[in-house]
Design a protein around this ligand. Structure first.
Ligand SMILES: O=C([O-])CC(=O)C(=O)O
Ligand SMILES: [Mg+2]
Length: 576
């Protein structure tokens, strides 16, 4: 019997679902997708060979949650909390997700940004159990056989990274596996995708980090990164193997550096349904937040002058989304691009300047600079804000602390209500601390950050800090694309996710830039249903059952398929 079929979900005489495991006894307690631990009932224990292997008292899921939560609360360090929760995930997935769903706001910063950044850095030192799939230069020649070893029958969602630009912390070698695991944890907890349908993937093509290569405990392959043709051949093989084993799977590309991010997205987006979270997810989340900020200011997006600081995957993705948003309000492409100014580490992108091809579409016309005052070869951040009279400033640089007091004050010179979003992750890479931005702008800036920050008290007011993280987009976008069986994730679907998030915020949280994180489980199904509707309109949705459905029907379809962390009753497989 192939490993992937170690259980089946069936329906009993009354139509209730039950689980039929093909593994019994001690092994059953070692498989995180099947293990109920102390919650196995007496009948199940007898029927499945578990008698005597568990304490006599049978727990409810509630009691189990109480037990693991109490211990969790006693742990002080965020990384140790992360390790504790991941250990639970590798022991009993239903319990892990049931706990997480109950304490979403408290635990997301532990399992996801910012602590996941630390887990990435320390991955080789904190490694315990296998989770996910590793394609490496050691096995890429046999990747099909290797993928056949994955004990999951029907993977629908893959998050794959080559770890070349993890969050704002750069090349992390094999450690990037932790980010793929973290993203998929969100897909299950807030995107309703069953854990058995998800697969984290590390594409280990090497690392350029000497310290990792020299660390005796490092777990990845020990050579420099593959580049050029060899790199793309590696990816081609991986994508081909995925298409064969999991033809219905969507691939979310995560944390690829700069040019590779764009090249990989374009190379495969029509081959497998796929999107890049940092380009498209971050772009959509930034667009939604800036639209909300404009609504709060009583202005239009197309009236703003936007400065995007950072020209990696995130920066260019955000510039793209804002240009598209302005075009929707009637601007031409050219007019919109003149309102979105992008800077990389060398200054403003200006036509004729030496720069990577993927940045060129967002370079400003030379003539633009005619009356500008600036000191160096190209205007720096402060000079760009001053000369262009920026009203919106978005940070995607990974340069912690780069939005200084003079930068914030320059924004306030241009507009009474500057919009300033330091979006880089984790917290250490944030371009500014939100409370500094609030103080420097005398309480007038509209602030959201990529990582979670507490609300800021200012002159008797409590100012919430929105979390402009792609977590508001990717679970819904991926879920919608998968449920629609979209052939392709189109730009239209990505933008629809942004407007869905904006509309939901406007309707449910009219005073905020983003919904509070604890509402993510409401956001994702709504985003998913809107994405499905768009996929239908654009003719890329292949799912028969959704053809012709109205929006409420699509929403009901999403809800009915939303995975919830609950134990099913178990019945032993009949002996033949
Ligand atoms: O993971 C996050 O928090 C958001 C993201 O994709 C990134 O910063 O690369
Ligand atoms: Mg990312």
């Amino acid at each position: 019997m192939p490993v992937s079929r170690y259980y089946d979900v069936k329906r009993d005489e009354k139509g209730e679902r039950y689980l039929e495991p093909y593994v019994t006894g001690f092994l059953l307690l070692r498989l995180p997708l099947l293990n109920k631990g102390t919650a196995f009932t007496e009948e199940e224990r007898r029927a499945l060979g578990l008698e005597g292997l568990l304490p006599p008292h049978v727990n409810t899921l509630e009691e189990q949650k109480e037990r693991v939560y109490r211990r969790y609360r006693l742990i002080a360090s965020p990384l140790e909390k992360h390790i504790y929760l991941r250990h639970l995930q590798d022991r009993n997935e239903v319990l892990f997700y049931a706990l997480l769903v109950d304490h979403l706001e408290e635990m997301l910063p532990i399992l996801y940004t910012p602590t996941v950044g630390e887990a990435v850095r320390e991955f080789s030192h904190i490694y315990r159990y296998p989770r996910g799939f590793t394609a490496s230069t050691r096995n890429i020649d046999r990747v099909e056989e290797a993928l056949a070893n994955v004990p999951l029958e029907e993977v629908r969602l893959i998050v794959a990274t080559d770890s070349s630009a993890i969050l704002g912390i750069g090349d992390q070698g094999y450690g990037g596996m932790a980010i793929a695991i973290g993203k998929l944890t969100l897909y299950t907890a807030v995107g309703g995708v069953g854990p058995d349908k998800t697969l984290p993937v590390e594409l280990d093509v090497g690392t350029d980090r000497e310290d990792l290569l020299n660390d005796p405990l490092y777990l990845g392959v020990r050579h420099k990164r593959l580049r050029g043709e060899a790199y793309y051949q590696f990816l081609d093989r991986f994508v081909e193997a995925v298409r064969k084993r999991y033809p219905k799977a969507l691939i979310q590309w995560e944390d690829f550096a700069k040019e590779a991010a764009f090249a990989v997205l374009e190379r495969y987006r029509k081959v497998v349904p796929s999107f890049n979270d940092d380009i498209q997810g971050t772009g959509a989340v930034a667009l939604a937040g800036v639209l909300s900020a404009c609504r709060l200011k009583g202005e239009r997006l197309s009236e703003q002058v936007v400065v995007v600081y950072g020209a990696g995957a995130g920066g260019i993705g955000v510039a793209w989304a804002l240009v598209e948003g302005m075009k929707r309000e009637g601007l031409s492409e050219e007019e919109a691009k003149a309102r979105v100014l992008v800077l990389d580490s060398r200054g403003l992108l200006v036509e004729g300047r030496n720069m990577e091809a993927y940045k060129r579409p967002f370079a400003q016309r030379r003539e633009r600079l005619r009356d500008w005052r600036f000191s160096g070869e190209y205007p720096n951040l402060l000079e760009t804000i001053q000369n262009a009279r920026a009203t919106v400033l978005l940070g995607l640089s990974g340069q912690g602390g780069s939005f200084t007091e003079p930068v914030a004050r320059a924004m306030l010179e241009n507009t009474p209500r500057p919009v300033i979003f330091p979006l880089s992750n984790p917290t250490s890479a944030s371009e500014a601390l939100p409370d500094d931005l609030i103080y420097w702008t005398e309480g007038r800036a509209l602030v959201a950050a990529g990582s979670p920050f507490p609300p800021v008290g200012y002159k008797g007011r409590t100012i919430p800090v929105g979390q402009g993280n792609n977590a508001f987009i990717f679970p819904g976008l991926g879920l919608g694309a998968v449920l629609a069986r979209a052939r392709e994730v189109t730009d239209g679907m990505v933008l629809e996710a942004a407007y869905a998030l904006y509309d939901l915020t406007q309707e449910r949280f009219p005073d905020l830039l983003y919904p509070p994180v604890r509402h993510l489980r409401e956001v994702s199904p709504y985003v998913a249903a809107r994405v499905m509707k768009k996929a239908l309109e654009e003719g890329v949705a292949e799912e028969e059952r959704i053809q012709g459905l109205s929006f409420p029907e699509l929403y009901a379809f999403v809800r009915s398929r939303f995975w919830e962390p609950r134990y099913l009753p178990y019945r032993p497989a009949p002996v033949i």
